[in-house]
Write a protein that binds this ligand. Structure first.
Ligand code: NAG
Ligand code: NAG
Length: 395
C-alpha cells in the first residue's frame, strides 16, 4: 500500500497537494478514518474550551473594552513616541516594535504610571498591553560597549539566576536566550546587535519580565507577546470581578482559586510563593481554563528567591520580616527566618474566607482545608494534593 500513515495525515489535516492520491481513497482507509475522528474530537474540544471561557467571563470577569476617562493620554503618547523615536534611530529593537511604531497613531485605552508604567492601546478590535518598570529606556542601566557576546550572555544568565534562583545551567545559555529574546531564534542565531543588547539588558532589569518569561511553565502567569526596547507586551487578561453572591458561582470561583493554588505547589521543585494575594490581582486568561492568572508578578517568587530575600533582612520584631503577605519570625540574631506561613494560609484568609464567610460545610474538602484547625499544614497539603489530582486533573 502506498497510502501510508504519513501521507494520509498530510492529506486530511492539511490541503492535499500530492498528485496521484485521491482524498476519498484516503478517507476510507483506516488511518484516514482515524484522522477524521481525531479532527472532530479536536474541534469539539476547542468548542468546549470556547464555551467554558465565555461562561467564566460572564460569571466573574470584567472585560474592559471601553476607553478609560481621566487618563493622561498626552503622557502615554509621550512615552510611546520616545520609544519609537529610539527605534527609528536604531537604538532599540524588539519583535513588537514594527507593529507598535508603524504609524504612531495610537488610541490609548488606559494608562497608569506609578510603581510601573502600563499603556493599553487599541489595536484594531484588540487591546495591546505594554508594561515597563520605568517610563524611558534612559532610566535603565546600559550594558558596557564593545563587550564580547559570550560575556553579555554570561551576565544574562547571572541576572536570571539572581532573580529566580532556579540554577540555570551555563551550558543552556542559548536556550535561555531564546526564552528571553525569542527573535534570536527567528534570526537563525545571528549575533545580537547593539540595539538588541540595549533592549534586552533593560528588560533584564525588570523582575516581572523575567518572571513572566521564565515562569510560564507554572501556567499561572500571563503570556509575554513581545517586546520593544524596554517595554514588554503581555497578554490582555480579563480582570476578576465579583458579580453576584450565588453559591453556585462561588463554587466556580473556588475551583479557579484551587486551580491556581495547585499550580503554585506543583512548580518544579520550587513551589511558587505569592506574597500579594488580592482579588484585584486575579485575572482570567483565554489560554487557561479553571484557574486564575496573576495580573501582577511583582511579589511572585520562587521558594529559593523568597528565602534569600527573607534571610537577608535584619529585624527587631516579626513585623520587620513580612514581605507582603509572606511572613517570618525575627530570630535571636536579629535576622529574619524563612517564610513561616503558606500560600494555603493566605489564600484561605484573604480570598476563600472572604468569599464564603461562615457558609461552609465539612463535605467540601477545599473549604474544610481552610477551617480545619486541628490537622497540621503538611497533612492538609497532602490531602489537598490528593483532592486536586481527582478533581483538577486537567489543570
Ligand atoms: C499630562 O502629561 C503631560 C506631559 O507629560 C504633562 O505636561 C501634563 O501636566 C499632564 N497632565 C496632567 C493632568 O497630569
Ligand atoms: C503532621 O501530622 C502528621 C499526622 O498526624 C504527623 O505524622 C506529622 O509528623 C505532623 N507533621 C508536623 C510537621 O508536625
Amino acid at each position: 500500500r502506498d497510502d501510508g500513515k504519513g501521507e494520509s495525515v498530510c492529506c486530511c489535516c492539511a490541503p492535499c497537494t500530492q498528485t496521484g492520491l485521491t482524498c476519498t481513497r484516503l478517507l476510507l482507509s483506516r488511518p484516514g478514518r482515524f484522522c477524521l475522528l481525531f479532527t472532530s474530537m479536536l474541534l469539539l474540544y476547542l468548542f468546549y474550551l470556547g464555551v467554558s471561557w465565555s461562561v467564566e467571563v460572564q460569571a466573574f470577569g470584567e472585560e474592559s473594552s471601553a476607553i478609560r476617562t481621566g487618563i493622561n493620554t498626552t503622557r502615554a503618547k509621550e512615552v510611546l513616541s520616545s520609544l519609537c523615536d529610539a527605534y527609528n534611530r536604531n537604538e532599540v529593537s524588539g519583535d513588537a516594535c514594527h507593529r507598535l511604531c508603524f504609524d504612531q497613531e495610537w488610541t490609548v485605552a488606559d494608562f497608569y504610571e506609578g510603581n510601573k508604567v502600563v499603556v493599553v492601546i487599541k489595536d484594531g478590535g484588540q487591546q495591546a498591553v505594554f508594561k515597563s518598570l520605568h517610563p524611558s529606556i534612559e532610566d535603565y542601566e546600559s550594558s558596557p560597549e564593545g563587550e564580547k557576546e559570550e560575556d553579555f550572555l554570561r551576565r544574562i544568565r547571572d541576572k536570571t539566576d539572581e532573580e529566580l534562583m532556579l540554577g540555570w545551567p551555563s551550558d543552556l545559555i542559548d536556550h535561555l536566550l531564546s526564552i528571553l529574546w525569542p527573535s534570536h531564534l527567528r534570526s537563525g542565531g545571528q549575533q545580537l546587535s547593539a540595539a538588541d543588547r540595549r533592549s534586552l539588558w533593560a528588560l533584564m532589569q525588570q523582575p516581572e519580565y523575567l518572571t513572566f518569561r521564565i515562569l510560564p511553565l507554572s501556567r499561572v502567569t500571563p503570556k509575554v507577546i513581545g517586546s520593544c526596547g524596554h517595554m514588554y507586551e503581555v497578554e490582555s487578561l480579563v480582570a476578576f470581578r465579583m458579580k453576584g453572591y450565588y453559591m453556585n458561582l462561588k463554587g466556580k470561583i473556588l475551583v479557579h482559586l484551587m486551580g491556581t493554588l495547585k499550580l503554585f505547589y506543583e512548580f518544579l521543585n520550587e513551589p511558587l510563593q505569592w506574597c500579594d494575594v488580592r482579588f484585584d490581582n486575579l485575572g482570567l486568561s483565554a489560554e487557561y481554563p479553571k484557574r486564575f492568572v496573576m495580573m501582577d508578578g511583582d511579589l511572585l517568587f520562587t521558594e529559593s528567591k523568597l528565602k534569600a530575600l527573607m534571610t537577608s533582612k535584619t529585624c527587631k520584631t516579626d513585623a520587620d520580616c513580612a514581605i507582603g503577605d509572606c511572613t517570618s519570625r525575627c530570630q535571636a540574631d536579629f535576622k529574619c527566618g524563612p517564610r513561616n506561613n503558606e500560600n494555603l494560609d493566605v489564600f484561605c484568609e484573604k480570598l476563600i474566607n472572604k468569599l464564603f464567610g461562615n457558609a461552609w460545610s465539612k463535605s467540601n474538602k477545599y473549604l474544610n482545608a481552610c477551617h480545619d484547625t486541628v490537622t497540621n499544614t503538611t497533612t492538609k497539603l497532602n490531602d489537598l494534593r490528593l483532592t486536586w489530582s481527582w478533581t483538577l486533573s486537567d489543570v
